[in-house]
Design a protein around this ligand. Structure first.
Ligand SMILES: [Zn+2]
Ligand SMILES: [Zn+2]
Length: 223
């Protein structure tokens, strides 16, 4: 009898990571996002097996997951926070405040932000040779990268920052790209809100202020 497909015993409650998503799924979600659809963007990564380190998509493709490099987990956490923040626009209870018409531009902006995150992560990966071509090179660079992570954690702990979830610093590959992606994302949404709510009396300012006040991630200006 020919061997059948390998069955993965499935977990009762699949885990959908908000921060620890697989980069391959994030890129697939960006690629499949239909611009103008108004659909809420999500990484769509799902760990559904009882015992497997691979997510559903990677298991189906017989490939390995690419989790966010350790040195950028804080940036992944920031992306997750921003996605949670953007989810307000899809919350039916918020429809009295935020016009559902915002879902189209915000959906587009969020997918674009996720794409920039993946690009910044790739830049970081290249800078540190995290995905080297050969196994020997990978082993060599992995040790150096671990050293880098330890140094960063020490630095973060000393400056009272979150040392578990590291973030890019000025000068790191991908830093500028990611910071600009965040500020552009917020500016684009503010522009849409201003356009849609402008009433000639400046009342839209209240909405803009609420967006600025509630935005969960520090926006770096003047870079
Ligand atoms: Zn995945
Ligand atoms: Zn995966």
């Amino acid at each position: 009898m020919p061997p059948g497909p390998v069955r993965r015993p499935l977990a009762e409650a699949p885990f959908r990571p908000a921060v620890m998503f697989c980069l391959k799924c994030l890129r697939t979600s960006v690629k499949n996002y239909v611009a103008g659809s108004g659909v809420q963007f999500e990484p769509n990564c799902c760990f559904d097996a009882v015992s497997s380190v691979k997510c559903r998509q990677c298991a189906a493709r017989k490939s390995n997951c690419i989790p966010t490099a350790t040195g950028m987990l804080g940036n992944a956490s920031d992306l997750a926070e921003i996605l949670r923040w953007a989810a307000y626009f899809w919350d039916t209870e918020q429809e009295g405040i935020w016009d559902p018409a915002f879902r189209v531009p915000v959906g587009n902006f969020t997918a674009a932000l996720a794409a920039k995150f993946a690009d910044a992560e790739k830049a970081h990966r290249v800078e540190h040779h995290v995905s080297a071509a050969t196994k020997k090179a990978m082993v060599k660079h992995a040790a150096a990268y671990r050293g880098f992570v330890v140094e960063r954690r020490t630095l973060a702990a000393r400056t009272n920052e979150d040392f578990e979830y590291l973030r890019l610093l000025p000068g790191d590959a991908g830093y500028l790209l990611w910071q600009l992606a965040i500020s552009t994302f917020l500016d684009d949404i503010i522009q849409e809100v201003t356009r849609l709510y402008a009433d000639g009396q400046g009342n839209e300012e209240r909405f803009v202020q609420e967006l600025r006040d509630s935005f969960p991630v520090a926006v770096v200006r003047g870079l």
